[in-house]
Design a protein around this ligand. Structure first.
Ligand code: NAP
Length: 276
């Protein structure tokens, strides 16, 4: 598994596991737990969750999945923007920790920018670092102007920005990815397989065929091809987890990526950051 160096000094796999919509139906919980544990076994040890997902249900499911292997996992959760204030954040972090069955998060993210002033959220994050409740903090769904505001508001220790980025959503390549790369802040690409909606036609299909790969694997390799960009696909079956884990070992070349430009052109001008 290829790894990235994180600002905290941790080494993080370029491919992790998302958990949105997990934990919401009791009949699928055991399959989801098995899938997450299988992923950890294969080296997909970054697990992304949020207090929003199932209003805590995804965190509870992750807690069950990692109960006997917490030390193997780089655990990420997110706080709702309305809870990212000086007064509320600590209690919301504590509730996440309890659901996850741990006493420290590796990374805590502001889910998207809301009305709480950024300097206040930064202060609340830094207090949690000092208290040992989180190792690092970051943001999500921040475009370049948001990142600049963050830096101007004491946010120099932001450890990542989690954004929508995949082969069909290339807007961040124009300015956000270069901005992050210049400052050596890693990017976490969410919905890297476009929630399963990518077309099994055209250049995607051709590249997959040439390499004996699947569309999902090409998409994952695309999202993680730049240094400093990791991806967090969500998979609730062991078969999908297996397939995703193998994506990182496939060797695609510049010609492959160039052939994608016809169907999925690289951005030529600024596009506002999209969100799902
Ligand atoms: P995604 O990972 O692009 O796609 C998930 C969908 O793809 C699921 O339906 C899954 O099916 C399917 N899938 C997984 N592996 C596959 C494979 N090898 N072949 C075919 N289909 C496959 O979408 P996402 O869940 O939106 O994004 C990933 C994670 O990013 C989320 O779970 C969440 O942790 C995070 N996220 C963050 C934000 C944010 O605002 N920060 C927003 C969206 C997502 P099965 O479940 O049946 O395996």
């Amino acid at each position: 598994m290829r790894h990235l160096h994180f600002p905290t000094g941790d080494s993080i796999p370029a491919l992790g596991q998302g958990t949105w919509r997990m934990g919401e139906a009791s009949r699928s919980a055991s399959d989801e737990i098995a899938a997450l544990r299988h992923g950890i076994h294969l080296g997909l040890t970054l697990i992304d969750t949020a207090e929003m997902y199932g209003e805590g249900a995804a965190e509870e499911l992750v807690g069950r999945a990692i109960a006997d292997c917490r030390e193997l996992v780089f655990l990420v959760s997110k706080v709702y923007p309305q809870n990212a204030s000086r007064r509320a954040m600590a209690a919301h972090c504590e509730a996440s920790l309890k659901r996850l069955g741990t006493d420290q998060l590796d990374l805590y993210l502001l889910h998207w920018r809301g009305s709480v002033p950024l300097d206040e959220s930064v202060e609340a994050f830094e207090r949690l670092v000092e208290a040992g409740k989180i190792k690092a903090w970051g943001v999500s769904n921040f475009d370049v102007d948001d990142m600049e505001d963050l830096m101007a508001n004491g946010g120099g220790r932001c450890a990542t920005n989690q954004v929508l980025y995949n082969v069909s959503r290339r807007g961040p390549e124009f300015d956000l990815l270069p901005w992050m790369s210049e400052r050596k802040i890693p990017v976490m690409a969410y919905s890297p397989i476009e929630q399963g909606r990518l077309p099994a036609t055209g250049s995607l299909q051709a590249i997959a065929g040439r390499h004996g790969a699947t569309i999902a694997q090409v998409a994952l390799a695309f999202s993680t091809r730049r240094p400093g960009v990791m991806a967090i696909p969500k998979a609730s079956t062991m078969a999908h987890v297996d397939e995703n884990a193998r994506a990182i070992d496939l060797c695609f070349e510049e010609d492959d990526w160039a052939s994608l430009d016809r169907d999925f052109p690289a951005p030529r001008r600024k596009q506002s950051l999209e969100m799902l």
